[in-house]
Design a protein around this ligand. Structure first.
Ligand SMILES: C[S@@+](CC[C@H](N)C(=O)[O-])C[C@H]1O[C@@H](n2cnc3c(N)ncnc32)[C@H](O)[C@@H]1O
Length: 263
């Protein structure tokens, strides 16, 4: 509790990220990652393996961009810094641990940005969703762009804000949550598809809530019905083992990994 409060105060984050809850989410994610470290280890290792496989297929290695770099728990930072001249890490919030990990690495840049395209709309600075990849993704020197367990996260805060309020944001009303979420997922994929760089995409697809007998209690499509096609890697991430959300329930996510994604 005290550590979370310290992190909340000490982590640099723009006002929009604080106001919309992204900083709180980042700190909460760090705490859950620590509590669930044993359950998460296979998922983090599998994610890093997909990214390493993507690095290995690249001939030219000038710049790599990691979208949703967060805690760098599922990102093979050493493999990236060994292979690329320049490593750009992009997230809404860069945790203190990440800032410490890269402080001495001259080739690593931290870029704080909204990748959902929704923050400006939700803070009254835009009239609709906006294109959201930072320009570095489309620079000629950028050879690899990694979307690192980010895609399913992009709609969460914006949809919760839209559905939880009594007002419209641009053309979106509180009843439009699913369509709004789907548009955010589709926009990220469309933005990636336009890039000439190789795209490595790792994302969870759906969430299953199970009881101790293995019965499925609930299931959610995390991508709002958007299909990605057949992945080269697939695994199950035990996001919340028994006891994390309830004594008799656990949450499982299906994850897909693409070393060279194209729609
Ligand atoms: C599940 S975590 C990914 C884990 C991360 N790759 C790691 O290794 O720790 C999702 C990340 O997406 C980031 N994120 C969520 N919404 C975002 C947004 N709109 N713009 C930028 N980053 C966002 C979160 O801050 C978080 O770091």
């Amino acid at each position: 509790m005290i550590r979370d409060l310290f992190r909340y105060i000490a982590t640099p984050a723009p006002p929009a990220q604080r106001r919309l809850g992204y900083l709180r989410d980042s700190i909460w994610l760090q705490s859950r990652a620590h509590r669930c470290r044993a359950a998460w280890a296979p998922h983090l290792a599998a994610s890093r393996d997909v990214m390493r496989a993507a690095i290995a297929t690249r001939g030219r290695r000038d710049t790599v961009v990691v979208l949703g770099s967060g805690l760098l728990a599922d990102v093979p930072l050493a493999a990236l810094t060994d292979a690329f001249r320049r490593v750009v890490l992009v997230d809404a919030v860069h945790p203190l641990a990440t800032r410490r990990a890269v402080r001495a690495l001259a080739q690593v840049e931290l870029l704080t940005a909204d990748l959902s395209g929704a923050m400006a709309l939700l803070t009254g600075h835009a009239s609709d969703l906006k294109p959201c990849l930072p320009p570095v993704c489309a620079e000629p020197g950028t050879d690899l762009v990694i979307s690192a367990n980010l895609l399913s996260q992009l709609p969460i805060r914006p949809v919760a804000r839209l559905e939880g309020g009594r007002r419209a944001y641009g053309p979106w009303t509180p009843q439009d949550g699913d369509a709004f979420g789907r548009r955010i997922v589709e926009a990220h994929l469309a933005d990636l598809a336009r890039l000439s760089a190789q795209i490595c995409l790792v994302t969870d697809l759906d969430e299953t809530e199970e009881d101790r007998a293995g019965h499925v209690v609930e299931r959610h499509d995390l991508l709002y019905g958007v299909a990605l096609g057949a992945s080269d890697h697939a695994w199950t991430w035990e996001l919340a083992p028994f006891g994390e959300i309830a004594r008799g329930r656990r949450l499982l996510h299906q994850v897909a990994g693409f070393t060279d994604w194209r729609p």
